[in-house]
Design a protein around this ligand. Structure first.
Ligand code: SAM
Length: 279
């Protein structure tokens, strides 16, 4: 089987034929460079036995690069015109029948994926990249690893360690599920239209054992939101509403969890937050 990737001219022609003008609202910046999509697939170590889910396949540039490896792909696309056309594009580019399943839906609303894919590969729509990622990590425990392209600022946050300037709620929430690493930068010139921000690749691996129960996760995430909602305040203040209503009550819980009440959220690991939730 030989799959042919989309070229830049073909992508624009396809968009014109579908009457698609890329919109900011849907984060539509299409990759028009074959080397970039191949690089994403390579960083993701995608092989012929993999089952992959792609969020936002668009006109199919990255989809075809994943299918080129022989992997099977489930692709979730919100834009009906793009979703409706993808199977035809795949067939015309040498993709065998059955290798691609397209779901015409909002990725934030999807609760089932056929074939339980274990790999996520995506050039994420930038406006919803973090919520979509967290929704997928939460809803699909079969997702074991992946590589996503996001705007540089978001990628740095996702992979940030405690104590760093950009460490925030997305860093802690992502760390609930596993480890995240920056895996390369991407020039803005490979997109059409060219976005106003730089992009990075972020790789992740889910931890072998779940960190806690669903109830513990909810409680932990509430604490994380409260702590970073008032980032400059000490935890005994920022978490007082969550932990007993006063800073004195909050201090008791924090000390029981082995966390100094005078610390700030930006110094805590996800396991520290979990210990507070358990306390
Ligand atoms: N994968 C393609 C590429 O690399 O050229 C397109 C990537 S583009 C950055 C993001 C894609 O996500 C667009 O096709 C857009 O229509 C789609 N999208 C936006 N919001 C979405 C959502 N909530 N659920 C599913 N797809 C979405």
């Amino acid at each position: 089987m030989t799959v042919h990737l989309l070229g830049a001219a073909e992508i624009r022609a396809l968009a014109a034929e579908l009457d698609v003008t890329p919109t900011k609202k849907l984060g539509q910046n299409f990759v028009v460079d074959a080397n970039t999509v191949r690089k994403i697939v390579q960083v993701g170590a995608v092989g012929p036995t993999d089952r992959v889910v792609e969020i936002g396949p668009g006109l199919g540039s990255l989809t075809l690069a994943v299918l080129e490896t022989g992997a099977r792909v489930v692709a979730v696309e919100i834009d009906h015109r793009l979703a409706a056309r993808l199977a035809q594009t795949a067939a015309a580019h040498g993709v065998p029948e059955g290798a691609l399943t397209v779901i015409d839906a909002d990725a934030l609303q999807v609760t089932e994926l056929p074939g339980e894919p274990s790999v996520l590969i995506a050039n994420l729509p930038y406006n919803v990249s973090v919520p979509v990622l967290l929704h997928f990590m939460e809803t699909f425990p079969h997702l074991q690893r992946g590589v996503v392209m996001v705007q540089a600022e978001v990628g740095e946050r996702l992979a940030a360690p405690p104590g760093s300037k950009v460490y925030g709620a997305p860093s802690v929430k992502a760390a609930w599920y596993g480890t995240w690493r920056l895996a390369g930068t991407v020039s803005r010139q490979v997109f059409w239209p060219v976005p106003g921000v730089d992009s990075v690749l972020v790789g992740f691996h889910r931890d072998a054992v779940a960190r806690g129960t669903e109830e513990e996760r909810r409680r932990t995430f509430r604490l994380v939101d409260a702590a970073f909602g008032q980032r400059r305040k000490m935890l005994r203040q920022s978490l007082s509403a969550e932990l007993g209503g006063t800073s004195a009550a909050a201090s008791v819980v924090l000390e029981a969890a082995g966390v100094a009440p005078t610390e700030r959220g930006e110094q805590l690991t996800v396991d520290d937050f979990l210990r507070i939730a358990r306390a």
